[in-house]
Design a protein around this ligand. Structure first.
Ligand SMILES: [Zn+2]
Length: 275
């Protein structure tokens, strides 16, 4: 369904890394791994939590590695308000305050060194959240695309009805404008994590193995040409979990010889969204 939107492009993969707040060994190591592979890493920054030390480091990485390090906004401070950080019963005003103060911090700390894309902590949002994303002038909204048949049928219905959500569930407009807005949508497809353990902030999870990741990647490729892989650096604190990321990049390159690794700005440019 979205194949045509990018049919003129080579197969593309992007990596989004969530929950950037403090400077940690995992953040440093994961960034170094992707940069060494010449693969862009898109860091989602929690503006309400990011430390000065981390800001300075991110800016140095950006200055040193250019397109390989991209910065975007991850909500406000990753706090829990019923169903997630946004959406649910939160009012327009309440959500506006958090997203706008987050964007202000991004502007103040990163100037023109961040890309105006946003995603919502934990995933949930509502139509007020999206309206605010448009009002604040974000170029990209970043959600989730699930290639399973039942989900694709659901997306089809949602798109026919021009709805961004049905019963609070995200209708993917991957590589097109979100329903009834000018906001370009880039959705992620794959997560390395199979199961989280404990509350948010925990560093304990089960990862998918390489075989499962590639079964999912192959199935998604039948429907979308640009496939996002989701990382959470804090969970990659063992050599094996770091190796899983390196191995998946090696495997991607060997499976798909004409594959390219892009950041959001490049994906937007190829779709006429930025100069
Ligand atoms: Zn998050």
């Amino acid at each position: 369904m979205t194949r045509n939107a990018s049919a003129h492009l080579p197969p593309i993969v992007f990596f989004r890394n969530d929950d950037v707040n403090e400077l940690t060994p995992e953040l440093i190591e994961l960034t170094a791994l992707l940069v060494a592979e010449n693969v862009p890493i898109i860091h989602t920054v929690e503006p309400g939590n990011v430390t000065e030390e981390c800001v300075a480091w991110l800016l140095r990485q950006k200055a040193e590695h250019g397109r390989l390090v991209e910065l975007m906004q991850h909500g406000w401070n990753h706090s829990w308000h019923g169903v997630g950080e946004f959406g649910g019963d939160r009012s327009y005003d309440d959500q506006y305050r958090d997203l706008s103060r987050g964007k202000q911090i991004m502007d103040d700390k990163f100037g023109d060194q961040w890309f105006p894309a946003v995603n919502f902590p934990f995933g949930p949002y509502n139509q007020d959240s999206i309206r605010i994303v448009g009002e604040l002038g974000f170029t990209v909204f970043n959600g989730h695309f699930n290639p399973r048949l039942s989900r694709r049928l659901f997306y089809k219905v949602g798109r026919f009805l021009k709805r961004g959500q049905i019963l609070g569930k995200h209708v993917s407009y991957h590589l097109e404008n979100y329903a009834r807005t000018d906001i370009f949508t880039i959705d992620v497809v794959l997560s390395y994590i199979k199961k989280y353990h404990g509350e948010h902030g925990s560093i304990d999870c089960d990862f998918h193995d390489l075989e499962t990741l590639f079964a999912r990647y192959d199935s998604a490729r039948r429907f979308v040409n640009i496939i996002g892989w989701l990382l959470h650096h804090r969970f990659h604190h063992t050599p094996a979990s770091m190796r899983l990321v390196g191995d998946s990049i090696t495997e991607l390159r060997s499976r798909v010889p004409d594959l390219e690794f892009w950041n959001f700005e490049e994906i937007c440019r190829a779709h006429g969204r930025v100069k």
